[in-house]
Design a protein around this ligand. Structure first.
Ligand code: GCV
Length: 784
């Protein structure tokens, strides 16, 4: 487009100049590249130039996705614009802190662009004035909070309208500066989503204290399980060069209430703890501070040896303890609000306390003691499955290495499902008060659908923090449109029965059920340096949904989708309705075309891209899909009842009861807990085999339907994102068919049953699907 304009312009100039028979140098102006130049005063030429400039400016405003949900375009409904405009005519917003300053500037800029006017800043009350601040900055706010919102806590905010001294005021109030910034973003959200601002009296406080993005970003700028380009952290140029992205990253996170970022991979590199890198981390922390975002780092357990010159990293060795204490003192001297450490220990090759014959408590508490004087915390991950035997664990079998008999292909292995519970529950109540145990949502590994991890509800004396994965490692990676909020909600709303009915996972982690002093929720980031941050335009919705749910897990997936669509795409009813339907259907679709009815972990080895249910030769049995689906001539599925691994025993009796019997078990979890025959009768009367085939087909059908929905929006979505998503949906459709074909052909070798009518047939042989290799699939570069 730009080139066309330029060529047209240059040709016109050339022709005009020729016709004029001479020079164009008649008056000063700006040329298209912004340089000072001269132009002809001929009207034709002026019109042409204006047209070109207009087209060029339109081009500059093309929707490349960089602005995320913070677009703040002019309100396009004239009557609403008039209403908002007359309700907000000025602003009182004292800024005695950097956070209040960024909050005021955000409000000023965004209202300026949405209302198309510059609001005057006043110091005294006026009619239709917006008043923002804390009790410290305004007596009106002090009075409002003490009289009407006495319970408002921490970083919560209030949006309230009232008459004061005969003047109509819109008030954005909080007890803390960061609360005001959250209130500003909430108010802006009302306008961006075309809500009424006439009679406001709402307050909102976060239900979870630590709302954190975990970046699996390496110092080399590769991103483990990242599908959106390189890491946004330009370590080489830091600390001298502050990319505008860092600021926009902080704005975006603050707008949804995220208040922490772990900037490095859990498969950690000790170098980040050296003085050179700590200066770089400090520069990031300085950028994020006004936005209320603390920086955390991953700590490699062997750092005292790697970079400290010690011979051991044994957590009970006094020299090691001193090394970590000194390291924490050094970090806090640079970053006074440093959040703490996230640690992956004794998992997938990472060193940990068990390397030295010590326990998880020994390891976590060592960090906790070093951080405690500074107010820092430890997030100790429960994602463990290759630990060595240790004293005091509940289930000795859970630690044996899984193995496949090379002749019979029989799996003689304990159940990886059980390991985290076995390793952690014996230490309940033994961690320091500044330790959070970070638990993945399910027992295995971020599959399209997993039952909730049995750790939730099983460690009543230990604060547990949720870990979700936003990056779509197992959900179509960078190319599939999958809205993850329904997955998050399914887990958060699951009932653990730990304290009787209603002890949902959400209540365990927000401490309502457990009373834990520290609460947290982490999302493994899907952000990279692609222009639109997440590569797939709808990946942004997962970042957004994570932040909104970490703030308030009672929000519904639909509600979050609705507000994200309105801010990111459009408020037009047709657009909102079509996109909402697509998003809400997308998670179930990916479950169906990848792993229906409780199948899990059947993807390609290492890169985890595409189907690989036949894989059986990895060095650990529990890295093999065959270990998980266990298909044979009789049937399919992992028996986790008492006749099998008995992992079900890790749940409360009421939960166990739900899944115990293959005839009553919720079918979406069937193969998680049962090895059932191919001809097992399903609830709709079909055989299991028929149902499996139909589910795969239904996943494919939903993607086709999503394509149609998207196409129905032609002309209603900007061209750039419309084209991107159209192409991505085409890839998704092909890949959904690939999953269906490869999986059904493979499972059919066991079931020996025909593909039922209505289910698409594979256009390739099973051998063909098995022969596909993807040596450079993105997102690897880490462990498995
Ligand atoms: C960061 C899975 C992923 C790994 C990831 C690991 C973890 O195994 O495939 O890439 O490592 O989970 O969560 O630690």
């Amino acid at each position: 487009m730009w080139n066309i304009i330029r060529t047209f312009y240059e040709r016109s100039v050339f022709r005009t100049s020729e016709r004029a028979g001479g020079s164009l140098s008649e008056g000063p102006s700006l040329d298209l590249s912004g340089k000072r130049t001269t132009f002809s005063r001929r009207p034709v030429f002026r019109i042409l130039l204006l047209t070109c400039t207009l087209l060029a400016s339109l081009q500059l405003r093309a929707e490349d996705g960089y602005r995320l949900w913070l677009r703040y375009d002019r309100i396009d409904d004239p009557s609403l614009l008039a209403q908002y405009s007359s309700a907000i005519t000025a602003m009182i917003f004292p800024t005695p802190s950097p956070t209040l300053l960024v909050a005021r500037n955000e409000l000023l800029d965004d209202l300026g662009s949405m209302l198309n006017k510059k609001l005057p800043i006043r110091t005294s009350l006026a009619d239709n004035c917006l008043l923002a601040g804390t009790p410290m900055t305004s007596p009106v706010i002090a009075q409002l909070l003490s009289s009407k919102y006495p319970g408002l806590s921490g970083d919560g905010y209030v949006l309230h309208t009232q008459q004061t001294e005969g003047k109509h005021l819109i008030i954005i109030a909080a007890r803390s500066n960061i609360g005001v910034l959250y209130g500003v973003f909430a108010f802006l959200r009302l306008l961006q989503t075309h809500q009424s601002i006439q009679d406001l009296s709402l307050s909102s406080s976060s239900l979870i204290q630590r709302r954190i993005l975990d970046h699996w970003d390496n110092l080399t700028r590769t991103v483990e399980r990242g599908y959106a380009g390189a890491s946004i952290w330009n370590w080489h140029l830091l600390p001298g060069y502050i990319d505008q992205r860092y600021i926009d990253y902080a704005r975006a996170n603050a707008s949804i209430g995220i208040n922490g970022t772990v900037v490095t991979n859990v498969n950690a590199n000790s170098l980040v703890l050296t003085p050179l890198y700590l200066q770089k981390v400090r520069a990031l922390a300085d950028v994020f501070r006004p936005y209320g975002i603390r920086v955390y780092l991953t700590a490699k357990f062997s750092a005292p040896v790697d970079i400290g010159g010690l011979k051991t990293a044994d957590p009970l060795d006094p020299a090691v303890q001193k090394w970590w204490k000194d390291k924490c003192d050094e970090i806090y001297s640079l970053i006074p609000d440093f959040g703490g450490f996230l640690v992956k220990a004794n998992s997938e090759g990472q060193p940990g306390p068990q390397t030295y014959g010590r326990t998880h408590t020994d390891g976590a508490n060592m960090f906790a003691d070093a951080l405690a004087p500074h107010g820092g915390i430890v997030m100790w991950r429960a994602f463990v499955y290759d630990a060595r035997p240790q004293t005091g664990h509940a289930d000795a079998d859970a630690h044996k290495t899984a193995a496949i008999d090379s002749d019979t292909h029989e799996i003689a292995a304990p159940d990886r499902f059980k390991q985290a519970y076995a390793e952690f529950t014996p230490f309940d109540g033994k961690f320091r008060s500044n330790v959070l145990i970070q638990v993945k949502n399910g027992p295995i590994d971020f599959q399209p659908r997993e039952p909730f991890s049995p750790l939730f509800g099983s460690m009543p004396k230990t604060p547990l923090m949720m870990e979700f994965q936003l990056t779509q490692e197992y959900l179509g990676q960078g190319t599939h449109l999958v809205y993850e909020a329904p997955l998050f909600k399914e887990v958060l709303d699951a009932d653990t029965y730990a304290n009787g009915k209603g002890s949902t996972v959400a209540k365990i982690i927000d401490a309502a059920a457990s009373g834990a002093p520290l609460t947290g929720m982490a999302g493994v980031s899907n952000i990279g340096n692609e222009r639109n941050w997440t590569s797939h335009p709808f990946g942004q919705a997962n970042w957004y949904a994570f932040g909104r749910l970490a703030w308030d897990h009672t929000l519904s997936s639909r509600q979050i989708a609705d507000e994200w669509i309105r801010q990111t795409f459009s408020n037009q009813a047709t657009v909102v309705s079509a996109l909402e339907k697509m998003m809400m259907a997308s998670r179930e679709a990916v479950v169906n075309y990848m792993t229906p009815l409780g199948l899990h972990h059947i993807m390609g080895f290492s890169h985890h891209y595409g189907p690989g249910p036949w894989l059986d030769n990895a060095s650990r049995a529990d890295w093999n899909p065959v270990y998980y689906h266990r298909a044979d001539a009789y049937g399919i599925g992992f028996d986790r009842t008492a006749t099998g691994s008995n992992a079900l025993a890790q749940y409360q009796p009421q939960v166990r009861q739900q899944w115990l019997d293959s005839n009553t078990c919720d079918e979406k979890f069937l193969l998680w807990f049962h090895h059932i025959s191919w001809s097992h009768k399903m609830k709709d009367g079909k055989t299991f085999w028929e149902e499996l085939c139909n589910r795969y087909q239904s996943g494919v059908d939903t993607v086709k339907w999503m394509q149609q929905q998207w196409q129905s929006l032609t002309g209603l979505i900007d061209k750039e994102r419309f084209t991107q998503v159209s192409m991505l949906l085409d890839i998704q459709e092909k890949e959904a068919e690939w999953w269906r074909n490869a999986c059904l052909l493979y499972f059919q070798t066991f079931s020996r049953m025909p593909i039922p009518p209505g289910v698409g047939h594979a256009d390739q042989t099973l051998e063909y699907y098995k022969s596909l290799h993807f040596p450079y699939a993105p997102g690897s570069g880490g462990s498995l």
